[in-house]
Design a protein around this ligand. Sequence first.
Ligand SMILES: Cc1cc2nc3c(=O)[nH]c(=O)nc-3n(C[C@H](O)[C@H](O)[C@H](O)COP(=O)(O)OP(=O)(O)OC[C@H]3O[C@@H](n4cnc5c(N)ncnc54)[C@H](O)[C@@H]3O)c2cc1C
Length: 435
Amino acid sequence: MKPGEGAWDVVVVGAGPAGLLAAGRAAMLGARVLLLEKMEKPARKLRITGKGRANITNMKALEEQLKEIQPEPRFLRQAFQAFFNRDLIALLEAQGVATKVERGDRVFPASDLAWDVADALVAWAGAQGVEILPHARVERLVIHEGVFTGLGVARKSSRTPLEIEARCGILATGGQSYPATGSTGDGYRFAEATGHRIEALRPSLVRIETRPVHEGAQGLTLKNVNLTLWIDGKKQASEFGEVEFTARGLAGASVLRLSRKGVDAMAAGRMVAMTLDLKPALDPAKLEARLARDLEAHVGGTCGPLLRSLLPTPLVAVFCERLGLGPSAPAAQIQGSKRKQLLGLLKELRFEVTGHGSWEEAIVTAGGVSLKDIDPRTMASRKVGNLHFAGEVLDLDANTGGYNLQIAFSTGWLAGESAARQAVGSWLGGASLTP
Ligand SMILES: Cc1cc2nc3c(=O)[nH]c(=O)nc-3n(C[C@H](O)[C@H](O)[C@H](O)COP(=O)(O)OP(=O)(O)OC[C@H]3O[C@@H](n4cnc5c(N)ncnc54)[C@H](O)[C@@H]3O)c2cc1C
């Protein structure tokens, strides 16, 4: 069947990871499925994930993965049970994409190419019988007496909008970060226009802006440091790992992981700060002893070389500035209160958080279609009949580690399965349930 010829069983909006899995699963169960994608190529965002390597999932157990998810991890239990990390790996391996597990149980394609994953999923969906229509931008949903019946689509090749009828619809339009990939938040507008609540949208997994800015340290990446988030003077959370100094603040894995709480607190007008423990392996007593040894070794010397023995070179100027001492000041000046201050700075180098990166650079969108309006057993809307949701359009987001893609794959699979059951009925009982 071609687009425009009669009614489809299932129409899926958005060919990202959620839409591809939803469409493929529905077609696998015998539904006639049309997948609409507004961009020229499906899965543009997936192709740039994990710095082009795609951290597709994580090998942690289900309960452990749920802990990485916000705001309501329990919502995902059925979706994860329906399709989880090993199912994804099996599906990809059957398509010829081998995978490997790295530090932190993160799973990547063995080729280190996100592109391979995207192409494999497109091929898999096609092999299930999904018709993929690129350059097809959905503009509105058609709802008749509270039930989804189709949608209106603008096509690049034609001035006349295409009206598509379908028994079931699945919205998998993604979030609104990295809009150049096609994820421009259209799904939120469709959902809101059809009576769904939208939880406030915020950029998440994003760099932060800080005061003071240390231009000399720009480009420095610190590994094995401990970063702590403070809100209104109270310690909130800490992350051990990598922190980068940027032109306007801090970035890197630890910053991204703390960014969600920080962004929310800033939006609520609260005071946000971050502190860096540059010597997490040394407790205060051990650090004191280490400093005493270094001071001894630099008797008669200056602050610059002394600080270099304790710090990466780009941070020496930062410390001199904060201590109010020039690099050529005698090291002997680091006594009494200055010595205490230096010990404090090494354990708690403080930055005020003044802002965060924009939608263009956020990895995910926090907020979205309210989970209260979605049935977690089926991903079906509680507001509109025959309409399902999957992926980042939902009010779900997670830490770095492959969890965001697993959310998209799992909710997509479950939405596709439920939509197919609804559209083509009970004879599906005997159909294969494995990828
Ligand atoms: C730089 C970057 C790196 C990332 N790295 C990782 C990682 O390594 N691991 C991880 O787990 N997560 C990662 N993520 C997050 C992950 O990519 C997303 O969570 C995931 O892609 C969400 O999948 P989705 O299918 O819900 O939405 P999307 O991937 O956003 O796909 C939605 C699709 O819908 C289409 N669409 C939107 N509106 C319409 C419309 N009106 N009509 C037709 N089509 C429409 C869009 O063009 C798009 O193709 C990363 C994100 C970014 C930006």
